[in-house]
Design a protein around this ligand. Structure first.
Ligand code: ARG
Length: 260
């Protein structure tokens, strides 16, 4: 009799346990806890694309972050940001450390050998930034000057091209704020930076910096989302990106972040 009782008790317990388990996993499904979390690589030194507004906290914000939110939400993914130097982004895609990159990255021919890109979502040009009164307005004025660029950027490529005809000293740094600091410290005469990003520094410099747009090869001036070669995500993202470009939602983000 005792044996029977204990068997009954333990089976009741077992049933209890099993049903608890079942409910638990169902709840998980229902609350969306199974949503896939994608890792987004970026280099958060690039306001208004991606940056940390230290006055407001230490969260990474910007146009690219909003765009990632918009697209992943539509597709039912969660995402988390992995911040690194710009020149580490393509290796991070290749090694699978991140699932996609949103970093104002230009889809160049060279990069296309190693990663896949979405359509272009924004186009900008390059600017020569220097101390106010430097007299540097065009590429020719860079003769004899020390010019800074971000390591691994198309601006670095551009500067290398310019250096073939204009005798200047090229210096690379990992992060955009370093370029500005070097100019302010007088170690660089100028830097070549994307105009939308340069604009922010011109505004906050209280008139101590000036900037001049330089002609840029249209094909190598846009920003696109990058993926590991062959990633299925590229088509998924692209479909939503196209929809949102067409229905004006991307335009709204452009207004929010760039028209200030
Ligand atoms: N558009 C340029 C490039 O693709 C610069 C991008 C730099 N992005 C950044 N988050 N620092 O090379």
């Amino acid at each position: 009799m005792k044996k029977l009782l204990s068997l009954l008790v333990s089976s009741i317990l077992l049933i209890g346990l099993l049903s608890a388990c079942g409910a638990g996993s169902e709840e998980k499904n229902g609350s969306g806890a199974q949503k896939k979390v994608l890792k987004m690589g970026t280099s958060a030194d690039y306001a208004p694309f991606e940056y940390i507004d230290t006055a407001k906290g230490n969260e990474i914000i910007g146009f690219d972050v909003d765009l990632a939110k918009m697209i992943t939400k539509e597709l039912g993914y969660e995402f988390e940001i992995v911040d690194m130097d710009f020149n580490g982004l393509i290796p991070a895609l290749q090694s699978g450390k991140v699932d996609f990159v949103l970093a104002g990255m230009t889809p160049t021919k060279d990069r296309k050998k190693n990663v896949d890109f979405s359509d272009v979502y924004y186009v900008s040009r390059n600017m020569i930034v220097s101390k106010k009164g430097s007299g540097i307005k065009t590429v020719k004025d860079l003769k004899g000057k020390t010019v800074g660029v971000q390591t691994g950027s198309i601006q670095e490529e551009e500067a290398k091209k310019i250096a073939k005809t204009v005798d200047m000293k090229l210096e690379s740094r990992n992060r955009i704020p370093e370029l500005i600091q070097e100019i302010q410290a007088g170690r660089f005469d100028a830097a070549i930076i994307e105009d939308t990003v340069a604009k922010g520094y011109l505004q906050t410099s209280n008139g101590k910096l000036e900037g001049h747009t330089i002609p840029t090869n249209e094909q190598e001036a846009g920003s696109a989302i990058a993926f590991p070669k062959g990633s299925k995500l590229r088509d998924e993202f692209n479909k939503v990106l196209r929809e949102k470009i067409e229905n004006g939602e991307v335009d709204q983000l452009i207004k929010k972040w760039f028209d200030q």
